[in-house]
Design a protein around this ligand. Structure first.
Ligand code: FPP
Length: 232
């Protein structure tokens, strides 16, 4: 723990992968994998707070996830909704501020209401920003930003303009992106913001992820030398 106090990432992005495989290997329906994945989310948030991380973004539902079965999609929505509705005390006790990124228009009302309530209730909290990527895709994010800039009447657009108008507006760029389950892909996650992120891949399936796994990722991050394209 002592060793972890310096050079920690400010913002961690997490691509939770392997819920389906975790369940299939046990002969269980995929939604049980997501349910167990939700437990891993709770454990990870506890650990992030313990380690003093300031911002976390969970890739909870991508623009591509609509291709899944209705049952699976509804199962994921219910998990997110119930999590938000039942953790109000936890958020205020721990100082968690909820926000989201992605186009919420296509979500059912019970989910968007839960999200809006949680955002409103937690807007003054300042220990950990819990950013939920929902119906999120990196390409969609860039398109959204550029369209906003066009609408504002901008004639010439800078890199910073694009960055400042993404869904993640106001958040620092992710320093570390963790992907579980052994896949080594970015899958359209924060592609503009991740230009200089460090990546950490682990074979662990998301439902098995815990404080120990997070600690390993943080120690790996501390050993990385970040140069941002410069030389040593
Ligand atoms: C990937 O596993 C995981 C998802 C598509 C999303 C899971 C979402 C949750 C557990 C809810 C998170 C909620 C909050 C509040 C952060 P997969 O199904 O793609 O796994 P597979 O590749 O093994 O099939």
């Amino acid at each position: 723990m002592q060793k972890l106090l310096s050079n920690l990432p400010l913002h961690i992005g997490i691509i939770m992968d392997g819920n389906g495989r975790w369940a299939t290997r046990r002969g269980l329906p995929r939604n049980l994998g997501h349910k167990e994945g939700m437990r891993a989310v709770e454990r990870t948030i506890d650990a992030l707070i313990k380690f003093g991380i300031k911002v976390v973004t969970f890739f909870a539902f991508s623009t591509e996830n609509w291709k899944r079965s209705k049952e699976e999609i509804e199962g994921i929505f219910a998990l997110v909704r119930d999590y938000l509705n039942t953790n109000s005390n936890y958020f205020s006790e721990k100082g968690v501020k909820v926000r989201s990124m992605g186009d919420l228009d296509k979500f059912p009302k019970d989910l968007t209401s839960a999200l809006e309530n949680a955002k409103e209730e937690t807007k003054h909290n300042d220990k950990l920003v819990l950013n939920l990527a929902l119906n999120y895709g990196g390409r969609d994010d860039i398109t959204y930003s550029v369209n906003k800039l066009i609408k504002s009447g901008k004639k010439a657009i800078t890199e910073k303009d694009i960055l400042d108008n993404l869904y993640s507006e106001g958040l620092p760029e992710p320093d570390l992106i963790i992907r579980t389950s052994g896949e080594q892909r970015i899958s359209n996650f924060m592609i503009y913001q991740a230009a200089y992120s460090e990546y950490y891949f682990t074979k662990t399936y998301w439902p098995d992820f815990d404080e120990k796994c997070l600690k390993k990722a943080l120690i790996a991050f501390q050993k990385r030398e970040r140069r941002y394209g410069g030389i040593k």
